[in-house]
Design a protein around this ligand. Sequence first.
Ligand code: G3I
Length: 341
Amino acid sequence: MSLKESYQFCFKMGAAIPRHVLKDEPVLRHIAQEYDSITCENDMKPENLLDAEANRKEPERYDRSPAVTFEKIDPYMEYAKKNGIGMRGHTLVWHNQTPRWFFAKDYRNEEDAPLADRETMLARMESYIRTVMTYVQQKWPGVIYAWDVVNEAVVEEGLRESFWTGTVGQDFVLQAFRFARKYSDGSAALFYNDYDTFLPWKREAIYDLILRPLLEEGLVDGMGMQTHLTMETDLDEYEKSLRYYGALPLQVQITELDIHNTDPSEESMERLAQRYESLFDQLVKARKDKAADLTGVTFWGLQDDMSWLTAFRKERSYPLLFDGQLKPKKAYYAVLGAAEK
Ligand code: G3I
């Protein structure tokens, strides 16, 4: 049985995919066999949807309604539709991979260009969210089942300072979800997504700063726990966070799962398998205990040699269920086994 077949009683199984796999038939067959969800690793982020050329060529025309191009995401949507695979929309509002010119007066590209005012940026935010959501709802109905409306807005100091807080202000998260709720046709659940959610301070800060205000206005449907783990991550704290968010009237999804591991030896890959098994034991138990409305688990990558971690950590990482030749590792069988218990 494949990952999606083994877990169809529980939750969707997904993977984040880069653009180049869309040209690789054997990999596309592998994806359709193992997963019932995909996420664009990068191509659905603002830097890849905002039409830089059009906006900067005619800033007056697009000042409050930025031009958007969908050429990069259509091939993913077509593949997903054809294969009956769902998609997570990642991500509408983020401090990263959103070009600075998008926040500048007249979309000017100089590093020190003056920023647009709150009213202009609210108009741009609303227009961007409306344009993107309406496009996928009309051209690709039923494909996107979840949106990461806002990504990674919480740091130890509180709300992360970004061009969003510097232009719209401290209420940019609330505004983004109000627009997403306004333009959603109800086919996709609206998520807040963040990393390190297993840290006690962060799980509470996310609730206080983000989820509680959104829940008070009925604007949020789910919490995305990215789940970028290491071999040392405290899984007891992880389980506490899973059940903390599970106790809220929200879906929970694991949105970017990987477990950083720098040692490809037999023994190390056995330990990686054990950690994946422990994690999936928690996930399945939380689902069976109805301690969390867990509706999806997405791996952040298909195979070890495609993982973002190697570049990010500046050391080779072996974090996923499949090796560099897309061969199943011990961790793959451990995850399958956790479904059988
Ligand atoms: O597209 C350019 C290419 O033209 C250029 O030649 C190349 C070399 O500079 O860079 C390419 O862009 C890279 C992009 O991935 C596409 O491959 C960027 O440098 C690189 O920084 C970017 O990394 C992505 C990272 O987000 C950026 O923040 C990773 O692939 C992606 O896996 C990662 O994903 C994020 C989630 O969206 C949010 N949660 C954390 C997660 C890991 O950082």
